[in-house]
Write a new protein. Sequence first.
Length: 275
Amino acid sequence: MHNNLYAVVGNPVSHSKSPRIHSLFAAQTGEPVEYTAIQAPLEEFAETVREFFAKGGKGLNVTVPFKEQAWQLADHRSGRAEKAGAANTLYQDGQGHLVADNTDGVGLVTDLTVNAGVSLAGRRVLVLGAGGAVRGVLGPLLAEKPGALVVANRTVVKAEGLASLFRDEAGDSELSACGFAAATGPFDIIINGTSASLQGDLPPVAPGVVSSSTVVYDMMYAAGDTPFNAWARQQGAGKVLDGLGMLVEQAAESFRVWRDVKPETASVIAELRNH
Ligand code: ATR
């Protein structure tokens, strides 16, 4: 069967903006992409993926809570997915093997460097959190050659684990790990990759990590400021960004992986921001 069916798989998934983003990409590029959302039962991710490709589906995005399972299920993984330990993009190669990729890190870095014009090279970067979301972006962040990258987390041993996992990708960047209170600034760029806001919490970093020249980036997004960004603004951060651009950029990179066509993103980000 020949079709151009793509989907995002998650649980829950009804809130996902991916179908809207990919239809905007399809309209803009003229690619005949049909993109839906599939809620997989929590115990049936693998079956859902197999069924989708068996029916001729072309590519999947994977979201919470299945990104690690997607990584495990794949026959092959891109280098960036391998290190991320999680996959947000699946497709089949010419032999019918399931291939996993991870476009989240590139999405973050593109949003920061291209859309916001913030260079990471030589800068002091603080990354908050040490879960799957942070593991997914550390490789692409380090590839930008920051002067220093500090991973701070509530559970310090997890931050230390990530620092040692990515040591070989740090090159000349000074890569270190600590608890929130031990991160002493100011930093040029602070990236919040914790899920603290889901519990209505803020990662308890010292106010001194933020200065008037600090760029603060929350990987989450919300209609208004995220709680972390509202806090950063109160501390006088120079620039405050949320993760909507990252969401659109990771989608654009998945679209490029599947279709070999890179959509334009600025108009899509603007459209999502306004509606
Ligand atoms: P994700 O896929 O979103 O990264 P995760 O792997 O569960 O999810 O990681 C969640 C991250 O947010 C972790 O860094 C977690 O800290 P711990 O490693 O100490 O658990 C962090 N986090 C979650 N709730 C938090 C809170 N209330 N305050 C601070 N950090 C929190």
